[in-house]
Design a protein around this ligand. Structure first.
Ligand code: SAM
Length: 321
């Protein structure tokens, strides 16, 4: 099987505390256990022989890891890698955007769960204005297209859906609405009532802005993407709960401490750090072929489990989204 996409988590630390993402008393991975940038580069180089073309850097919060632009440079040096992107909370993006762009980062996804400063603070414990500054500077230095990710939570930000669309029009960004996933049942309180099915969100947008035209294409990843014709603005919907998009998945995740996570819906992981650190090229190659077989088997198991999340105890901040 080919692997087209790798999400690389570079740290489990974050400068925000989103209540649904990060447990209160999280224990962080010790520094020496975290993969070095060169080790990540080695893995990406090998995976590029098996079809890898797109990588996304994530966290925790990727911008809290020192000199993150060095990783971008290492990845940009691998000829097969066509697309290097980052998912960030944007809090310090205004300070990093220019050097990231110079290092070879193509584009960013910025997470914003509310456009109201007080509610934003309630959800994240951070300042919305810092993030909005990040969006502006990212746009200015050309980290385009910018996508804004908003997890829609029933009873909290669901009333802001139309404001998000207006925001997308005003800032020239694509807003992607995300259904909350029941990860980390072991450590944070999960409430099923918080999930807002996004077909209702889509209907609400259509009532105000007219019919959305599907423009989902290969490369849109998990999102179903639409255009609002009168504004030439795009909106996306990521619906892991109400409409899973797992068939034919060729995405892998790398955790900060060096395990390959085959799928968000299970805690099944394959530790790869040892062979990355100490293995010969032949050993690493052999290992990667085993990972690809495991991914195929995992895809089948997930299909059989009816796309359940029941096995997932790890929280998102230690996976990377
Ligand atoms: N710190 C970065 C950020 O905020 O974008 C990257 C990591 S964060 C884990 C990536 C994304 O996962 C964020 O958009 C966050 O809202 C989303 N996320 C976290 N927990 C989630 C959950 N249980 N369901 C759906 N999305 C979740």
């Amino acid at each position: 099987m080919e692997i087209s996409y790798l999400r690389i988590s570079v740290t489990d630390k974050c400068n925000l505390k989103c209540f649904y993402c990060r447990p209160e008393n999280m224990e962080f991975i010790p520094y020496q256990e975290i993969l070095r940038y060169e080790e990540i580069g080695r893995l990406v180089r090998f995976l590029s022989k098996y079809g890898l073309k797109k990588v996304r850097i994530t966290g925790g919060e990727p911008l809290v890891r020192p000199q993150i632009e060095r990783l971008v440079e290492i990845l940009a040096d691998i000829p097969q890698i066509e697309d290097i992107s980052m998912t960030t909370n944007g809090i310090t993006l205004s300070q990093h955007a220019e050097k990231l762009k110079k290092a070879g980062l193509k584009r960013v996804n910025i997470s914003i769960d509310s456009l109201k400063p007080e509610l934003f603070y309630q959800i994240t414990k951070g300042r919305l204005e810092d993030v909005l500054e990040g969006v502006k500077i990212a746009k200015k230095v050309g980290l385009n297209p910018i996508k804004v990710n908003a997890v829609i939570i029933r009873g909290l930000n669901e009333e802001e859906v139309l404001d998000f669309v207006e925001f997308g029009i005003e800032y020239g960004v694509e807003v992607r609405f995300i259904e909350m996933m029941p990860l980390g049942q072991g450590s944070i309180r999960w409430e099923q009532e918080m999930v807002k099915p996004l077909d209702q969100v889509k209907e609400k947008i259509e009532e105000k802005f007219g019919e959305l035209i599907s423009i989902t294409s290969i490369g849109s990843g998990a999102a179903r993407v639409y255009e609002i014709p009168s504004y030439k603005t795009k909106v996306g919907f990521i619906t892991p709960m109400s409409n899973p998009f797992c068939d034919g998945c060729s995405k892998l995740r790398l955790t900060a401490e060096g395990s390959i996570k085959l799928c968000l819906r299970t805690d099944e992981e394959i530790p790869i750090k040892d062979v990355l650190r100490n293995g010969s090229d032949e050993e690493l190659d052999e290992f990667i072929r085993k990972v690809l077989i495991a991914k195929e088997i995992s895809n089948l198991k997930i299909q059989k489990s009816n796309y359940s999340f029941s096995d997932c105890v790890r929280v998102m901040t230690s996976i990377g989204g």
